[in-house]
Ligand binder design. Sequence first.
Ligand code: GLY
Length: 436
Amino acid sequence: MKILVVGTGAREHAICEAIFGNAELYSVMSKKNPGIAKISEEFLQADETNLEVVKNFAVDKNIDIAFIGPEAPLELGIVDTLEDAGIKCVGPNKSAARIETDKSFMRNLFEKYEIEGSLTYRVFDNYEDIQEFLDSYEKDVVIKPVGLTGGKGVKIVGEHLKDNNEAKEYAHHVMKTKMGGHPRVVIEERLIGEEFTIQAFSDGKTIVPMPAAQDHPHAFEGDQGPITGGMGSYSDKNGLLPFMTQKDYDDAVKIMQDTIEAIAKETSPYKGILYGQFMLCGDGPRLVEYNARFGDPEAMNVLPLLETNIVEICQDIIDGTLKEAKFKNKASVCKYVVPDGYPETKYADTIVDVDEDSINDIGAKVFYAAVNQKDDGLYTSSSRTLGVVAQGDTIAEAEKIAEKATEFIKGHLYHRGDVATQEIIQKRINHMNDLR
Ligand code: GLY
């Protein structure tokens, strides 16, 4: 069996590691990720959104299954292109991928199929209506561009925006600059609670959920600073999180299952990975957004725990026969190491020294992200550099190992030392207790 993984980052490195040893691994990546390059039979360094180039490589190598990592090629219809060439895919086609790429599609689906866990939202394509809406709306809001912005276009009143007046200004800016590719804005009520992620395999009819995880999207310690792609994440034994009950988890999974059934009715079966980002509110989970792919960093929590052969899961996704996936009953912690000052780019393209042997010796693992392997060494680029991941019987044990692992990485780098610490987790538990 030959599997092609499309994508360059740590998420794709984690997918590749899960496949490695179970199938012949091929990859297409825009920059040379040393972790992926090392375990690939062959790789092509090319833009992942150049669908013809990816297709030609896949056809040339007689690929059986293509696993699509990031959202950008999904938005462009990479699955449609590969399937037309006879290559099966793990990833939704262009129409089904709108669950991520078009936030108004997603919210309308909740409304039409009466799926639980939605929230008050409106989609706008003219500024006068935004003004009118915000002048009379009394709660704080969240402003989101309709299209993809790598998670960086979202701004929240009370965090990044002072009040709904500043929200108006930001919405105007989003429309004027067509942020995310469209002059349209989604305005949602601001939910108060604890965010969490559930990722699931989907064969178009059935989902098989993975352990829940919690990301730390703010750039700086103490949940301060701009929202980034995610600075680190953790998962716990039994698939739950310390502030979550089994019922919360089951309710969120039900929302995802209902969504998959609705997508199949509305367009075509959703085959791939569904990432649900939820807010656990006082009255249960509400859906914040979906991604049509694994989370980054959350893929690094769950994939190393996967005991079922991922190649069999991929085949089941394609055949529509998905049954179960077993995971090691361990906690996991991922800490992202980023260039100093990230998300500013002052230390992009600076050298990084990674002592991978020492990291492995203490029981952790490196997943490379936005790095560039050059002849004279490994360089950062403008985004997150690499993730270190550890497992343990408790989150505290995994956190200690992951934190220690960061000591073996040198350069103009930064990481959030507080990711998954007992202090921050206790804060989450207390917050949830206050809301219940
Ligand atoms: N962890 C956020 C994302 O994958 O989009």
